[in-house]
Design a protein around this ligand. Structure first.
Ligand code: A2P
Length: 342
């Protein structure tokens, strides 16, 4: 798999759409950290923040207005400005010859669009040769499939039951402020104001992420179920309960995984220890297991609490944690960009 973008002396012209947001700012950080070859970095946002500055490689770079920006000559655009912005602008960038890596849910389930996690299904990127739009999966889906794929390759998975414990940063910059503000307000004895989440998030747990669908699941739960099947190209039975918890960074997931044949916890531990992008932290004798507080700001998917399901054969339980803004969004998008120039 190569030949998407020819090597370019001095680097590529890269745009970040939504550059002032929680994910966009981290995209800038990750591009700089990984020394992505860039000749010009173009931060784009709405007219609200056009004219402000964001830091890239320690240089203040002016944010431009997406609505009046001409994408001609841009090689790669990383989008994280919501579904409506992606639906409107991603095709315009693609028609101008740019590869779009889109973090919204707008294109993920489009049959003509690749949905890629580089450690899991880099081959799906081939689809992007035609339409130049590549979808970055949902944050909770990414960390789950990174942990499932190395097992599924050895013994196919029959069914997954997952419950998530998702950080507020997944809902953007305003959601991070809401948890901080509510925590301060409640500790000061005042009442807490909710604008972003459907209920108070400070000192609470909310079993709703995104809107409800007709079948009683939320849209976030459907994303996990549908995207996993598309990425793994397998008809796995999957049921999800997605939950928001008062954590700033780092999604955690409790997974129950049933295989079509024998798969013991010990084998799971060995397979995941050797897998790309995974760190296993799993020692009950020292009470070591992955924690959101430690995964925040790191790149790997962390897995622990691996054990045989005592209630059922061919089934294991495990606990999977990752930084939802890095591996769940910005890092995965930059890794896809790296595949485009490989
Ligand atoms: P802006 O700063 O102009 O509002 P978050 O997910 O943290 O809420 O961030 C959302 C990002 O998407 C921000 O950078 C925001 O820019 C950007 N954005 C939102 N709506 C638009 C739009 N219509 N056009 C361009 N960028 C947008």
């Amino acid at each position: 798999m190569s030949g998407f973008l020819a090597p370019k002396e001095g680097g590529y012209r890269v745009a970040v759409v939504g550059a002032t947001g929680a994910v966009g700012l981290t995209m800038l950080e990750v591009l700089a950290e990984r020394k992505f070859p860039i000749s010009e970095l173009i931060p784009l946002a709405s007219s609200r923040s056009a004219g402000s500055f964001v830091a890239f490689n320690r240089l203040d770079t002016e944010v431009l207005d997406l609505a009046s920006f001409d994408p001609e000559g841009v090689d790669i655009a990383l989008f994280s400005a919501g579904g409506a912005t992606s639906l409107e602008y991603a095709p315009r960038f693609a028609e101008a010859g740019c590869y779009v890596i889109d973090n919204s849910s707008a294109w993920r389930m489009d049959e003509a669009v690749a949905l890629v996690v580089p450690e899991v299904n880099p081959e799906m990127l081939e689809m992007a040769r035609i339409n130049r739009i590549i979808a970055n999966p949902n944050c909770s889906t990414i960390q789950m499939v990174v942990a499932l794929a190395p097992l599924h390759r050895v013994v196919p998975i029959r069914r997954v039951v997952v419950a998530t414990y998702q950080a507020v940063s997944g809902a953007g910059g305003k959601a991070i402020e809401e948890l901080a503000n509510q925590t301060r307000q409640l500790l000061a004895g005042a009442s807490a104001e909710s604008n972003v989440f459907p209920a108070r998030i400070a000192f609470n747990v909310i079993p709703q992420i995104d809107i409800f669908m007709d079948d009683g699941y939320t849209k976030e739960e459907h994303k996990m179920m549908d995207e996993t099947r598309k990425i793994l190209q397998a008809d796995i039975a999957l049921t999800a309960t997605t939950v928001r918890v008062p954590v700033f960074y780092g999604h955690s997931e409790a997974l129950n995984v049933e295989f079509v044949a024998a798969m013991a916890a010990e084998q799971v531990r060995d397979l995941l220890a050797d897998a790309d992008g995974i760190c296993v932290v799993d020692d009950p004798s020292t009470e070591d297991y992955p924690l959101a507080s430690e995964a925040g700001g790191t790149d790997p998917v962390w897995v622990g609490r691996i054990r045989d399901d005592a209630s059922q054969a061919n089934t294991i339980d495990m606990w999977v944690v990752a930084d939802n803004i890095r591996k769940g969004a910005a890092l995965n998008a930059v890794q896809i960009a790296e595949l485009l120039i490989a």
